[in-house]
Design a protein around this ligand. Structure first.
Ligand SMILES: NC(=O)c1ccc[n+]([C@@H]2O[C@H](COP(=O)([O-])OP(=O)(O)OC[C@H]3O[C@@H](n4cnc5c(N)ncnc54)[C@H](OP(=O)(O)O)[C@@H]3O)[C@@H](O)[C@H]2O)c1
Length: 376
């Protein structure tokens, strides 16, 4: 019995995937079979479930893994939401390859616990805590200033922190919580770090792809309202928890696209160019994000977990790491949308709407100017 599986091409120039056939007898070496499934007697159902597992896991096992990253010694990264989940493993793998990382988190104790744990695994890890609460724009500005006080170079910014389908709530700055946490605060952080990113990209000896910005998005961006971004009701007061999440995650994709247009390899901005960007949907990942949602879907978590629907937080970090540091991420990938694992995906039609992307950039600039966070 054979299954059709996905295998990454290995010529080093193409990270696309080929369909290959594997005999069932080889499955054990590729997939982790849970105990409850092992205990099933040989039957058609067992074979069927086994093949679903194989299909979902092979996509991760046979594609990019962080072990293929180059040495990152001398490179500096900022990762928001680095204290847990996908962000924590993003930090760990960057540290394993010799990078210096600023771990953005709102809680010093949680950040220190993560740093201690990572240092247990990677004793040489060079990780610094950067206090940042995305629900409070002032702390975003302070974090950017603190970073710039300490460092003159920045090679990668991973806008990773996020919340999903949480109850309606306003931030200190009077924006809806998901909108500010997932989108607006990351827009501001990126904007304030742009001079450092641009000067790093323009430094003598800098190579194409040395400087990157990666936004964590979600396939949930498809839940954005019909207008894509509802500028007339940016908090989506009349929307629901999922349309608010969708709008914020659509914002992440549009942001990455505009960054590419303005500051990418062929950037049109006068301020500089050479920053590579991408947005990444990490997959269905087993993290606290799912536990915190107020969606009734939460009740299904144990079942979905038992069915092996979720990948681990470690595996969830792979596509981010690919986009922020892999040599297999090419200039032609800049501004793209990536899905697990490290594959170019196709986002919604709204995500490709350039006018909407421009409008969102202008809206963000105007708002942040109005609140005094960026120069008039
Ligand atoms: N998990 C999935 O299946 C999935 C699917 C699609 C997209 N994503 C995206 O992947 C990213 C990472 O999610 P995850 O699954 O790793 O979630 P997670 O385990 O819940 O981690 C989220 C991180 O964001 C931080 N964060 C939340 N609110 C913050 C705030 N106001 N200020 C500073 N930090 C804040 C959290 O810090 P605290 O610990 O202090 O709360 C935590 O470090 C998110 O952008 C999410 O939308 C995840």
């Amino acid at each position: 019995m054979y299954i059709r599986a996905l295998r990454a091409t290995s010529n080093g120039t193409d990270h696309s995937y080929n369909s290959v056939s594997l005999p069932t007898s080889q499955l054990k070496s590729f997939v982790v079979i849970p105990a409850w499934l092992k205990s099933f007697k040989k039957s058609a159902i067992r074979t069927f479930i086994l093949h679903i597992f194989a299909f979902s896991q092979l996509q991760i096992k046979m594609a990019f893994t962080p072990s293929s990253l180059p040495s990152l010694t001398g490179k500096i990264y900022v990762v928001t939401g680095g204290n847990t989940g996908i962000g924590r493993y993003t930090v760990q793998h960057l540290a394993e390859h010799g990078a210096r990382i600023y771990l953005g988190a709102r809680s010093e104790s949680k950040a220190n616990a993560a740093i201690t744990e990572i240092k247990r695994i990677v004793p040489s890890a060079d990780i610094n805590f950067l206090q940042i609460n995305l629900m409070d724009l002032k702390t975003v500005a302070v974090a950017a200033a603190e970073f710039k006080n300490k460092e003159t170079e920045l090679h990668g910014l991973v806008n990773n922190a996020g919340i999903m389908a949480t109850p309606f709530e306003k931030t200190k700055d009077n924006y809806e919580a998901q909108w500010q946490t997932n989108y607006l605060s990351h827009w501001l952080l990126t904007y304030l770090l742009l001079p450092t990113l641009l000067s790093t990209a323009a430094a003598p000896g800098a190579k194409p792809g040395d400087v990157r910005v990666v936004n964590l998005t979600s396939n949930g961006h498809n839940f954005a309202p019909s207008a894509g971004i509802n500028f007339a009701d940016i908090d989506l007061v009349k929307g629901g928890i999922w349309s608010r999440y969708g709008q914020s995650k659509l914002g992440n994709i549009l942001h990455a696209k505009t960054l590419a247009k303005l500051y990418g390899p062929n950037g049109t901005s006068d301020e500089g160019k050479g920053i590579w960007t991408a947005s990444v949907h990490p997959g269905s990942i087993n993290t606290q994000l799912n536990e915190r949602t107020s969606s009734p879907l939460k009740m299904l978590q144990p079942v979905l977990q038992a069915l092996g629907v979720y990948s681990t937080a470690d595996e969830g970090s792979y596509s981010s790491l690919f986009a922020v540091a892999s040599q297999d991420f090419k200039e032609s990938d800049v501004g793209g949308y990536f899905v697990p694992t490290a594959k170019k995906g196709k986002p919604s039609k709204k995500a490709g709407n350039e006018k909407l992307a421009e409008e969102l950039w202008s809206w963000s600039e105007k708002e942040m100017r109005g609140k005094g966070f960026i120069d008039a």
